[in-house]
Unconditional design. Structure first.
Length: 371
């Protein structure tokens, strides 16, 4: 098991090194990702220390590790929230660490009030009880267990809200979401709840009412932690960060329905003529500059059109252009897609099927001979 712990620590250390040398090293999102890895390194280090003589020489190390379970959901929420504001950090955010700080202070106060020899004796006794599958039920354990579960559920829920808000903003400002959306965090939270939070629940239940050897559960949790470290860091290192345009304080002029219809018509004509949608990096700000209007004005125009958002507008034009080329040429499908602004095969296939109801190849084979 020490070998697996070493792998986990190595993964996090390597990720920290990569994060700190990247161009995004100064972003708050990157710094929080580093903090997450530090939390995981400390946790895995505690597993190593508690199996060594170091813990017997410094008994306080035997009392601190469980408090780390109060941090995971908080720091993951902070990372999710930072995607909407990658440059600023508010001091009041530190209040979210209050449960961990309180738990830490309680552990320190307990350590200072109990002789070292008694702490070591109790720890050895606890290990013996674990080995013989005896119940270790105490009120302290139950309270800690409930606090960890409640905090985890609260902050995981808050993370999901932040990611959905972030993705919604992306749809209003960008035409391609490759490596900038954060759906992977939603999936990661789902994995965390099912593969880590549930074992924690089983761990504490088994702590009080032994059914299986608690050390087996602990080994499973360590393996899962290492796996999560790999999944999280592989996604974080490929994540691209974008600055979301700030909301303008300028009030829009009151316009009649006819004026909006004229602007929508002009927008459609411009896209058909100049084919700005072929730019894979086209954004709301970039298109508004082409049209010589403010981004907020373009947003209002899109809201009054049949399109859901900027993302839907641009990708609708991309798909319509691709449909024509699929029937008028023999060029490879993905080359046509790339030439019309798509930079991801999976995104193109998904959007095409959502809008047309069939795959690009099926569409070509079905309609090419009839056109």
């Amino acid at each position: 098991m020490n070998f697996i712990l070493g792998i986990g620590i190595g993964i996090s250390l390597l990720a920290i090194f990569q994060l700190m040398k990247e161009k995004n090293a100064k972003l708050i999102s990157t710094k929080i990702a580093v903090l997450i890895n530090i939390v995981w390194i400390v946790r895995l280090a505690f597993f190593l220390i508690k199996d060594s003589e170091i813990a017997l020489k410094f008994p306080i190390l035997l009392m601190l590790d469980q408090n780390l379970l109060l941090l995971d959901s908080v720091v993951l929420w902070m990372y999710s929230k930072s995607l909407l504001n990658t440059a600023k950090f508010k001091v009041k955010t530190l209040l979210n660490f209050l449960p961990f700080i309180i738990g830490f202070l309680i552990s320190v106060a307990t350590y200072l009030s109990v002789p070292n020899e008694l702490i070591v004796e109790q720890y050895i006794k606890m290990n013996n009880n674990i080995s013989s599958n005896k119940s270790l039920f105490t009120i302290d354990v139950l309270v800690l267990f409930l606090v960890i579960i409640i905090i985890s559920i609260i902050y995981f829920s808050k993370s999901i809200v932040e990611i959905k808000k972030y993705n919604s903003i992306l749809y209003n400002h960008f035409s391609s979401l490759k490596n900038i959306n954060a759906n992977w965090i939603l999936k990661f939270h789902g994995l965390w709840i099912s593969l880590f939070l549930i074992p924690i629940i089983l761990y504490f239940i088994n702590y009080m009412y032994p059914i299986i050897n608690i050390k087996i559960l602990l080994s499973i949790m360590i393996i899962i932690q290492v796996l999560f470290s790999f999944i999280f860091n592989s996604n974080v290192l490929s994540q691209n960060y974008v600055r979301i345009p700030e909301k303008s304080n300028i009030k829009q002029d009151n316009k009649s329905i006819k004026e909006f219809e004229e602007q929508i018509s002009k927008l459609k004509k411009t896209l058909n003529t100049n084919k700005y949608y072929q730019d894979e990096n086209l954004s709301l700000v970039k298109l508004s500059s082409y049209l010589n209007i403010k981004p907020t004005e373009l947003t209002e125009i899109i809201k009054c059109s049949e399109f859901e958002n900027f993302y839907d507008l641009i990708n609708t034009y991309r798909i319509e252009s691709i449909k024509k080329e699929l029937l008028s040429s023999t060029e490879q499908i993905m080359i046509i897609a790339y030439n019309n602004g798509f930079n991801s095969k999976s995104a193109f296939n998904r959007i095409f099927k959502d809008k047309i109801g069939q795959t690009p190849s099926n569409y070509r084979s079905l309609y090419k001979n009839t056109s």
